[in-house]
Unconditional design. Sequence first.
Length: 143
Amino acid sequence: MIDTRFAPHAALLLRLGLGTMWISHALLKVFVFTLPGTVAFFESVGFWGPLAYVVIAAELVGGAAILAGVYGRYVSAALIPIMAGALMTHLGNGWVFSAAGGGWEYPAFLILASAVHALLGDGAYALSRGELPRFARAERAIS
């Protein structure tokens, strides 16, 4: 059973942690692996090199949106395929992230946490209500 008294704050904690992790995952590529190094890694595993820039931007902007609670549940859902690509890339390396080539536990957990956030919602103190605009009213006005 869900305790509705604390659920909005639990979702807030999930949202803050998840947004922070998405941002840190992007910044790892920028400051530790460097942009040229990340591009080279993408190419080494069979991805188009410039896709690294798209992934970094999506993780940074997406992480910030999640942190702020701006359509965070939709952003979390949209970021899952990015992390699924990372999961597939690291699947053969073993469980632990410190394994040679990086392990698959971190991408798997980030996918799980993003899915939970997408299902649960943004929680307390979100900047948006977490709902995409509905055009039903406009459609009724036309008919």
